[in-house]
Structures are given as C-alpha cells and as structure tokens.
Design a protein around this ligand. Structure first.
Ligand SMILES: [Mg+2]
Length: 214
C-alpha cells in the first residue's frame, strides 16, 4: 500500500503560517533565530520555542490573520482527490501549531484528514508556549518528530511518499520511497544525494505520482 505524508506549511499552503505570524506579530529578532535554526547552530526544537514566545497577540487575531491571508496551495484539490480515488491514506505532519493548521484545513473542507502537529498555550508573559506533539521521537532535533509516523508506516509494509519544503522535513523525507521537495528541503536532499522530485505546486505532484506510482 502507498501512504502519503505531507508537510503543511508552504506545502499544502501558499505561505508558511508561522513565518506569517512572526512577520506580523513578533519583534525582528525572530529572523536571527530562524537563521540559527537553519544553520544548525540551534535545533528546531529550541528555536521554535524561542520564536513563538515572541508572539504576544491573542489567538483570535492570529487565526483571523491566517484565515484572511493563507490560501490552500495550488493544485491541492486534485492532489487530495487523487489520494482519495486511489485509496492512498494521506497524513498531514506539521511542525506548526495544531489549532491554526487544523482551523485552516477545516475551513477548506479538509478537516477529516489526519493532522499531527504541536499544540500551544500561553506562558506567564502572554507569549506562545509550544507544547510539543505527543508523538514519540526517533531523534531530538524537532518539536514534532515527523519521522516517527513514517517509521510506523514502514512497519506496516507501506510504500511511502513524502512531500515537504523545510527543516522539519529533512529527516522524514530521507525515510521515504519517493520524496517531492522544494525550497530548503530540496537543497538538503540534493546535498545528501537523495533523488528527490522537485515541485512547485501540488498539481505537478499529483500528475507525477499518478503517472509514476511508487
Ligand atoms: Mg513547510
């Protein structure tokens, strides 16, 4: 059986929701944290917590901003209907926050697709406190260890398709039988000589996957 695992931010959406919230609601030092995470100076696990703590705006404002400005990625409808038609389970694995990703998916009519992500609450200073996804972890790098979900699917004997674009996709993509990649993930996989399929939008992913199943 083929199982599809997809990142959320920037993969199923036109923009990264966390980046948008940081751009709008955090003081500029989040950019230094982002750079430190990408260079490996600090882990995503450390960096996400520090970044999110900079956001003090209330959740309803954050959510309404996302609902206004974040759109589903180009080709999402055809991509999801391909998975449904073929009976390929689709799992969304996100390094973001479940309350926001879940609300957007529900708004777009995809609230039934399994979604794993981090949770959040407010710290004493009013900033966002990340509650790491309860998923067991294979490694310590990320707040949400996406690789664990893929490992479970491998144990089920599934062929794995992975789709992503960023730092929290580095580990899981390397476990997949087929990885569709863009942005930082594509660069990372190329560095590791992993044969990723580049993509710009989900229409291309759906077409490629339908013509070349794993
Ligand atoms: Mg992403």
């Amino acid at each position: 059986m083929i199982e599809i695992f997809s990142d959320f931010d920037g993969t199923l959406t036109n923009h990264d929701t966390l980046d948008l919230l940081l751009q709008r609601f955090a003081p500029p030092q989040w950019r230094d944290l982002d750079r430190a995470m990408l260079s490996g100076e600090i882990s995503e696990r450390e960096g996400l917590k520090l970044e999110m703590a900079l956001i003090q705006a209330p959740d309803d404002l954050l959510l309404s901003t996302l609902e206004t400005e974040i759109l589903p990625a180009e080709g999402i409808e055809g991509f999801i209907s391909l998975a449904r038609r073929k009976g390929w389970p689709l799992h969304i694995v996100s390094g973001g926050l479940v309350a926001f990703a879940g609300a957007l998916l529900k708004k777009w009519g995809y609230g039934d697709i399994p979604l794993w992500a981090n949770d959040h609450r407010r710290n004493a200073a009013g900033g966002i406190e990340v509650i790491e996804a309860a998923t067991p972890r294979l490694k310590e790098n990320c707040s949400h260890c996406k690789s664990y979900h893929l490992q479970q699917a491998l144990k089920r004997g599934s062929k794995i398709v992975y789709i992503g674009d960023g730092l929290t996709d580095y580990c899981p993509a390397l476990l997949a039988h087929r990885a569709y990649a863009k942005a930082n993930l594509l660069e990372h996989l190329r560095k590791h000589d992993f044969p990723a399929v580049p993509f710009d939008n989900l229409r291309q992913v759906a077409r490629h996957l339908e013509e070349n199943p794993v």
